[in-house]
Design a protein around this ligand. Structure first.
Ligand code: ADP
Ligand code: TRP
Length: 330
């Protein structure tokens, strides 16, 4: 059984892109592997040092993941700041992380450009904290997007360096896990690019959007006047609608509209209506569940407690060996 770790930034509500791009894979992984999923609230301080309602945001994220089916009995779902052992490992790894290599990280360079007035040391050492998250459970697989590959490379560097310096083999080499050929990009509704919460109003469909909002967003999606030659290639905006249809509708429905497109009889209004119906069918049970979980403070408290306990057990084991390798008391 592989050990899997992944961090989720508490940046906002989940949308269909997050669900089909990431969460769906977490759900299948929790069935097969030992999984640690955590909400990266320490990391959020690198960009938002004094967050408003941090605990509330973290709880919202947790409620959404639970509502989607992450199961605290099958995986370890915890809050990063509930595991301060991570901060100790981060401190130890920092001693052997070189400023030069940290400055070369593309994510650091991006942040320097984005927030020139707050180039804090936490930003520079973001990859060390991420390495600590992963190494604390001695994970071998890390499901992340392409943008995190450099951080994974750095994690391997820090783990190997530690092993070499202290003549130990505590830390295995984690690899990025890109879900093989299941890697997908969920398109947004603005006719180009991907669905994302920062891509502009109306582009993303959130799991807790009410049906009326979903209808409005889909009906406003860009289309054209329709194909005039049979079997013509679909323009990007139309292809995007079909991609969404493929995710939420039945094969028959997809084929029905695809055939209509190919014989030039398609009416986009009908396609959109069907798409709204199928998205709502998909999201409404999740949305109901989110509401129920969000208001069930006992359930949330129990999930937080269970996650914390399981994460502590795993981290304490690693820290014992790590401290011993350096020569600290254990
Ligand atoms: P956002 O782009 O809305 O800010 P994040 O960057 O927080 O979302 O992404 C969280 C996870 O969801 C990542 O694993 C990312 O790869 C995945 N994800 C986000 N948007 C999409 C999308 N449109 N298609 C596929 N996966 C996505
Ligand atoms: N840096 C990751 C992101 O921006 C979040 C993250 C923090 C993470 N620690 C991690 C992901 C450990 C995987 C493993 O998406």
């Amino acid at each position: 059984m592989e050990c899997v770790v992944s961090g989720i930034r508490p940046t906002g509500r989940l949308h269909l892109g997050n669900y089909f791009g990431a969460l769906r894979n977490f759900l299948s992984m929790q069935e097969k592997h030992q999984c640690f999923f955590f909400i990266a609230d320490y990391h959020s301080l690198t960009t938002h040092p004094t967050p408003v309602n941090l605990r509330e945001n973290v709880k919202t994220v947790l409620a959404e993941y639970l509502a989607c089916g992450l199961d605290p009995d099958k995986c370890t779902l915890y809050i990063q700041s509930d595991l301060p052992q991570t901060a100790e490992l981060y401190l130890l790894l920092n001693m052997n992380a070189y400023v030069g290599e940290l400055e070369r990280a593309t994510t650091f360079k991006d942040k320097v450009r984005q927030q020139p007035d707050n180039v804090n040391a936490g930003l520079l050492t973001y990859p060390v904290l991420m390495a600590a998250d992963i190494l604390i459970h001695r994970a071998t697989k890390v499901p992340v997007g392409k943008d995190q590959e450099q951080h994974l490379e750095m994690t391997r560097t820090f783990g190997n360096r530690f092993n070499r310096l202290y003549k130990t083999n505590i830390f295995p080499e984690p690899v990025a896990f890109n879900f093989g050929n299941q890697l997908i990009k969920v398109p947004g509704l603005d006719g180009s690019g991907k669905m994302g919460k920062s891509e502009g109003e109306g582009n993303a469909i959130f799991l807790n959007d009410p049906a009326s909002v979903i209808r409005k967003k889909v009906m406003r999606a860009v289309t054209d006047s329709g194909p005039t030659t049979p079997h013509s290639q679909k323009p990007a905006a139309i292809e995007n609608l079909f991609s969404l249809l493929k995710l939420v509708s039945s094969d028959e429905t997809y084929r029905f509209f695809d055939d209509q497109y190919n014989n030039c009889s398609i009416r986009y209004g009908d396609l959109k209506k069907q798409l709204v119906e199928d998205i709502v069918m998909f999201t409404s049970p999740i949305s109901e569940k989110i509401k129920a979980v969000e208001s069930d403070s006992e359930l949330l408290a129990r999930a937080i407690r269970t996650g914390k306990e399981k994460a502590h057990a795993s981290a304490n084991e690693t820290m014992k060996e790590t401290r011993k390798a350096i020569g600290f008391s254990i």
